[in-house]
Design a binder for this molecule. Structure first.
Ligand SMILES: *Cc1c(COP(=O)(O)O)cnc(C)c1O
Length: 355
């Protein structure tokens, strides 16, 4: 069996949820577990996050899967329903819906349902992805308030720039202005806003990436927020090549040795979810010591520099990301974000869950 393995640490998930809750102690926490729990496995991680007050997913099938697994918390479909025929199923399992578009209001008004469904009405405060524009918001809220198929109402928006220097002041002012006088629960904050903007800690917060122990803020390591990585991706050295100065490794000969160089070949490639864009110099740990990758990542293997790790042998453990190598560091040098690497863990990688 190839030595690659991902380990999911339920204790880290629990800890990170506590970090989110400690930042927003008055709020209920809706754990965002979309994209198969950010690549960690939906039902696997839901188990580690069962102290959450709710779960947010995209698909009705995921929501029903959580109910069938016995989770009784609030469950929210972040894009709502895509078709009227999903409404009855959502209502029956007490699954709440984001309503972000007039078409969804119309579906709710026209559906014949035994049970009403709860909704989170989404405002577009500048992201221009989903949601009603501020000037159309009150109209949508009053139609839904009058709709016989609607149970509870909550108000929400999503910030486009909570993680960078633009912050949330602009969209927050727009939201507050357009919802003035509305007496419904409110949900605003993603991870970045939870960590950076207490003024966004309303009735519900929606932590995602922070639960997995990666940072929502470029340039600030997750560790600085007291977060612990929930996933580690590990493999092993399966061969060693001794290069002379002038020898190159891998496709395209992207790395050429300038001195005698010991190269470890590691059983992990882009078909496992490791980014092909990771350049020579991407951090990696071999036999517990930090070093870097060399050359181009191939489908099933990559190269690591073990010149200064003489104890590294065939079989030595390699951490691609996890406790010693922050996934965000691998992401940054590869031109992406930790979110993408975690979500991209390939189905072929065996996963072990530890408490
Ligand atoms: C994904 C998502 C979140 C969580 O965002 P993070 O940056 O991962 O914390 C919160 N709210 C909505 C609407 C989302 O789509």
């Amino acid at each position: 069996m190839r030595p690659i393995q991902a380990t999911i640490h339920l204790g880290a998930l629990r800890h990170n949820l506590e970090v989110a809750k400690s930042h927003a102690p008055q709020s209920r926490a809706m754990a965002v577990v979309k994209a198969n729990g950010y690549g960690h496995g939906l039902l696997r991680i839901a188990q580690g996050l069962d102290d959450a007050d709710g779960f947010a997913v995209l698909g009705l099938n995921e929501a029903i899967g959580l109910r069938e697994a016995g989770f009784n918390q609030a469950i929210l479909l972040l894009e709502g329903v895509f078709h009227e025929r999903e409404l009855a199923g959502a209502a029956q399992d007490d699954i709440s819906l984001v309503v972000h578009h007039l078409e969804q209001v119309r579906m709710l008004e026209q559906a014949f349902m035994d049970t009403p469904v709860s909704v989170f009405i989404k405002m577009n405060t500048g992201m221009n992805r989903l949601g009603f524009r501020p000037e159309h918001y009150a109209g949508a809220v009053s139609r839904l308030a009058a709709c016989r198929n609607v149970a509870q109402i909550a108000l929400m928006t999503h910030f486009a720039t909570a993680d960078d220097s633009l912050g949330v002041a602009g969209p927050l002012a727009i939201f507050n202005q357009a919802t003035r006088g509305m007496a419904y629960p409110v949900s605003l904050a993603n991870s970045a806003a939870i960590l950076r903007y207490p003024e966004t800690h309303t009735d519900w917060v929606r932590p995602g990436i922070m639960l997995y122990g990666a940072s929502p803020v470029a340039g600030t390591p997750a560790k600085a927020y007291g977060l612990r990585p929930a996933m580690s991706l590990a493999s092993a050295v399966i061969a060693i090549q001794n290069l002379q100065a002038g020898d190159s490794v891998g496709y395209g000969h992207r790395f050429t040795a300038s001195r005698p160089t010991r190269v470890g070949i590691v059983a992990c490639g882009y078909a496992d979810g490791y980014p092909r864009h990771a350049p020579s110099g991407t951090p990696v740990a071999v036999a517990g010591r930090m070093t870097q990758t060399l050359g181009r990542v191939s489908m099933d293997m990559l190269f690591v520099d073990i010149t200064d790790i003489p104890e590294a042998v065939v079989g030595s453990a390699v951490e691609l990301w996890g406790e010693h190598v922050p996934v965000d560091a691998v992401a940054e040098i590869s031109g992406t974000v930790g979110y993408e690497l975690l979500c991209a863990l390939a189905a072929r990688v065996p996963v072990k869950v530890v408490s």
